[in-house]
Design a protein around this ligand. Structure first.
Ligand SMILES: [Fe+2]
Ligand SMILES: [Fe+2]
Length: 207
């Protein structure tokens, strides 16, 4: 793996590091992993579209542009994953639950002043963790096509993590953003550690 990629992973603020041993477990059933991944991309696109009109009371420059751009990227990723899935004989399924994402969303202060800030923090966290997971998958798969695919998604998700956090800093005072972000980072590591291992992007690490 290129040195600059490793450096970028090390620079992520995540509170836990995914060991390379997680990779083969998640990749045990590549079709199941692609299905989970497709839902993840779809939800990321929906999330960006949903956040589109939720700028804070004052108009936040760059808000709509960021959300349209993220939604476009995620839709493109979804198209790539589903193409790969179908070419490999798999198919999309109806219904999908991500307990990891649901637990993170439960941290959002619904209907309260901090709701939008929390949603941006959760979005940034999911992007940062996905980025880290794509790195591990790209490093451990023995399938050159999958390795290339996961590597290609890495930079895009890294960019998304940064823009969500940047928007958070545009809409709230630095102290408030930093305080909430630090709390959320702790929660994220705890929630991820509670997930069972399996063929999912946000599954737990096998014992
Ligand atoms: Fe994506
Ligand atoms: Fe993303």
């Amino acid at each position: 793996m290129a040195v600059d990629l490793v450096e970028k992973i090390k620079a992520l603020p995540l509170r836990s590091q995914t060991p390379l041993t997680w990779g083969p477990t998640a990749l045990a059933d590549p079709i199941a992993l692609l299905i989970d991944h497709a839902f993840l991309e779809m939800k990321a696109a929906q999330n960006a579209m949903e956040l589109m009109t939720r700028w804070p009371n004052d108009w936040t420059p760059g808000w709509v542009e960021t959300m349209t751009s993220v939604a476009r990227d995620e839709t493109a990723h979804l198209a790539q994953v589903t193409r790969l899935l179908i070419r490999r004989g798999g198919q999309m399924e109806r219904g999908h639950k991500s307990f990891y994402a649901a637990a993170l969303r439960a941290l959002v202060r619904q209907g309260k002043a901090g709701e939008t800030l929390d949603r941006l923090c959760v979005s940034a966290l999911i992007e940062a963790r996905s980025c880290e997971r794509f790195y591990v998958l790209a490093s451990t798969t023995t399938d050159p096509e999958l390795s290339q695919f996961y590597k290609a998604l890495f930079s895009s998700e890294l960019g998304h993590y940064k823009v969500f956090l940047k928007l958070a800093h545009k809409m709230a005072p630095t102290d408030e953003v930093n305080r909430r972000w630090e709390q959320m980072l702790d929660h994220e590591a705890r929630i991820l550690a509670e997930q069972p291992p399996g063929c999912r992007i946000h599954s737990g690490v096998p014992a």
